[in-house]
Design a protein around this ligand. Structure first.
Ligand code: FAD
Ligand code: SF4
Length: 511
């Protein structure tokens, strides 16, 4: 018998049980195909990062004596889709069995299910052996509940996997969540550690991408590609994070400043989403470092980090498999506007948005609060259609894969799911942005002004949003207070705010 095993670009898990034994009757195939480069317009660094990581992974398998077929983007026989390429290989090499690992994307899952069903040879599907939870675990856990609270799921994951648990099933240090100790603004005199970057020469791959005429966004210096593209580099970044960033991770988790593109964030999302690193090894190493250096790493820094991975990341995956494909159509507020053109250039006078967009174009990265409270916040206040918002986020970030992009964008950020992921929309006026960042002081707009010349657009758009969606939001207990403020405002003041918002909405490309 001869087996063909398909490895997807986000399944680069070298510790998978597939590779435990070397078997000449098993061939592995990886492919660079147009169905994957073209399902959305990706950042150039995202395509480069994936292709480089795939090529390195194929080399590693070959070095371990596995049989590997690697189809490059411009190879003559490349038919540019999983099914067509696999079909051709099965016919050519007379494979008698086809195997693949559970895809993380609904689109690819459906594609491979349909392909396998019509095969005349046997097929089987394996788990990716990457996540803490199974696809259906969140669904089963919340089976009889109306609300899907992340925090509840997080406690369950901690207990189940015995992560920071003592005395049976109690959380270490008596509490599950230590966020109240986190989230400080960067002091003016504090300079965060410069991001640890790599120097990979990927100019050959860039040439191939251009030759194929793939439409991309963003910029790159492909001779000095700064993202990690193999496991060794991934482990080096993990080590850097734990030594230099984890001690201040929670404290400055929500902090933003011009020019600081990752502050103390880990930038491990690309490595975990491609499975070069497993979430378990990331969490275990962080915990080990805490127990070795309790004087250096306070518990609240560690717990905040662990929660992002064991909590949020697993939770989003569970919601995705519970709610797809309907999730991709949800538009709770019935928003219809287009994304402003400066989302593709960063050319806006709004300093917070200029910084967040420009660094996203330059590095294919923005940290969570920039995604949520700058770009996401603005798109929601501007009433942009969630399809447009999703397409932008799915393309621009190096870590963007639909299962974790759409749940964060359509769900957490745009509230287009009407409150499955979040309990209230994440919107704010300039006050929050000023509280957490150093953007406002260098801005053309005045953070303190609500109306009139140079009034910060966030201020009027914020009240306009609440006014417009009162019927949908007024009963939400977490928002009620905002409506009592709104209702107490003088009619004249309210009218001026709404008029200012209308002006900005109709001049959105000139902000
Ligand atoms: P850190 O701040 O260092 O956090 C550590 C890890 O925790 C991350 O690597 C990530 O794996 C995990 N994590 C943290 N927050 C979340 C979250 N909300 N959901 C899932 N995992 C989380 N994350 C992606 O991986 N891909 C996306 O396409 C993506 N799109 C997003 C879109 C929007 C609008 C928002 C608000 C968030 C999005 N996120 C996405 C979640 C989060 O912003 C990124 O995981 C994080 O910024 C990645 O940077 P980091 O590795 O430095 O994270
Ligand atoms: Fe952003 Fe408004 Fe602050 Fe300018 S004043 S940086 S637009 S929040």
């Amino acid at each position: 018998s001869k087996t063909l095993r398909l490895i997807l670009g986000d399944q680069l898990n070298i510790n998978h049980s597939w590779y435990k034994t070397v078997d000449d009757s098993v061939s592995y195939v990886l492919m660079e195909i147009r169905s994957e480069t073209d399902y959305t317009q990706h950042h150039i660094q995202k395509i480069l990062g994936f292709f480089a990581a795939m090529r390195n992974f194929a080399e590693e398998l070959k070095q371990k004596q596995h049989q590997v077929i690697y189809i490059k983007l411009n190879d003559k026989n490349n038919q540019q889709s999983f099914d067509k390429n696999c079909k051709a290989l099965i016919a050519k090499y007379k494979f008698t069995k086809f195997e693949y690992q559970l895809p993380d994307e609904y689109r690819v899952d459906e594609h491979l299910k349909a392909f396998s069903r019509q095969l005349k040879i046997a097929f089987s599907i394996s788990d990716t052996e990457h996540f803490y939870s199974t696809r259906a675990e969140l669904k089963d856990f919340f089976a009889d509940k109306k609300m899907f609270l992340m925090e509840t799921f997080y406690h369950y994951m901690r207990k189940k996997h015995r992560v920071l648990i003592v005395d049976g099933d109690k959380p270490v240090n008596g509490k599950w969540n230590f966020d109240e100790d986190n989230r400080r603004k960067l002091p003016k005199t504090h300079k965060p550690i410069p991001p640890f970057v790599f120097d990979n020469n990927l100019s050959d791959i860039e040439t191939e991408i251009h030759k194929a005429n793939i439409k991309t966004m963003g910029s790159v210096d492909s001779r000095h590609f700064l993202w990690p593209v193999n496991r060794t580099q991934g482990l080096a970044l993990l080590n850097f994070f734990i030594t230099h960033c984890l001690p201040l991770f929670g404290t400055f988790q929500d902090a933003m400043a011009p020019g600081e593109w990752s502050v103390y964030h880990s930038r491990l999302s690309f490595l975990m989403n491609t499975k070069l690193l497993s979430p378990k090894e990331v969490v275990d190493k962080a915990i080990e470092a805490y127990y070795k250096n309790p004087d250096k790493i306070a518990y609240h820094q560690l717990e905040g980090f662990v929660r992002q991975i064991i909590g949020w990341r697993e939770y989003m995956r569970g919601i995705y498999w519970l709610k797809m494909p309907e999730y991709a159509t949800l538009n709770y507020f019935d928003h219809r506007n287009e994304l402003p053109q400066w989302f593709w250039t960063g050319k806006t006078k709004m300093n917070c948005l200029k910084n967040a967009v420009q660094q996203s174009l330059q590095f294919a990265y923005a940290h969570h609060i920039q995604r949520l409270m700058i770009t996401g916040n603005f798109a929601l206040l501007a009433g942009v259609h969630p399809d447009e918002v999703d397409a932008w986020y799915l393309g621009i970030y190096i870590d963007a894969i639909e299962w974790v992009e759409i749940t964060n964008t359509r769900g957490m950020s745009q509230f287009a799911d009407g409150g499955i992921v979040g309990t209230k929309p994440y919107v704010s006026s300039a006050a929050y942005i000023h509280k957490m960042s150093a953007y406002c002081s260098g801005c053309y707009y005045d953070k303190a002004k609500k109306t009139g010349e140079k009034a910060c657009p966030f201020n009027s758009l914020y009240w306009n949003f609440y006014d417009k969606h009162e019927a949908k939001l007024v009963k939400n207990q977490r928002i009620g207070m905002m409506y009592s403020i709104w209702h107490k405002m003088q009619p004249q003041a309210k009218a001026e705010l709404l008029e200012q918002a209308q002006y900005y909405l109709s001049h959105i490309n000139e902000l």
